[in-house]
Ligand binder design. Structure first.
Ligand code: CMP
Length: 143
């Protein structure tokens, strides 16, 4: 069982796509264990995306990710990281496979509708970043 973090980004929330995206996720067999909709603080966006610090898209990404509410969703399932990444498609929406979340709802490399964890290790780290393990019972995170 993997853990993976899905973020429905401000563009997709503003476009009214929360329901369609969550339906795609659950129909793919992924199980939401905890979910929250809210604005992100700039400090947490900076910390969450710290691996991208210094890249040309980093500062614009801070502005975008704090521009409106997001949906944070902790997911579990067999091979959840791989399953969610297949469902989401590649970063750049015009290159995403037809039928994927980003092909359907993304518009630009930045406004690409969703974030999905890229490895099982990062899945645990990213879920832990937003959700205390105690909120995830009975599917408790690995220690
Ligand atoms: P995400 O999967 O959340 O990881 C980092 C985010 O930075 C990415 O989705 C995009 O929203 C954004 N991003 C990545 N590469 C670029 C780029 N070349 N130009 C603009 N935004 C980018």
């Amino acid at each position: 069982m993997d853990w993976t973090l899905l973020i429905i980004k401000p563009d997709a929330v503003a476009a009214g796509r929360i329901g369609e995206i969550l339906a795609m996720v659950t129909q793919a067999g992924l199980r939401p264990m905890s979910m929250e909709m809210r604005y992100l603080a700039e400090a947490e966006v900076r910390a969450f995306y710290r691996v991208h610090q210094g890249k040309p898209f980093y500062e614009p990404l801070m502005t975008f990710m704090t521009s409106g509410p997001v949906v944070l969703c902790a997911l579990t399932g067999d091979d959840a990281v791989t399953a969610l990444r297949a469902l989401v498609g590649v970063t750049d929406p015009p290159h995403a496979a037809p039928g994927t979340v980003r092909a359907r709802f993304g518009t630009t490399t930045q406004k690409n509708a969703v974030h999905a964890s890229d490895s099982p290790e990062n899945g645990v780290a990213e879920v832990s970043f937003f959700f205390p393990a105690a909120c995830l019972l009975p599917g408790r995170l690995p220690a």
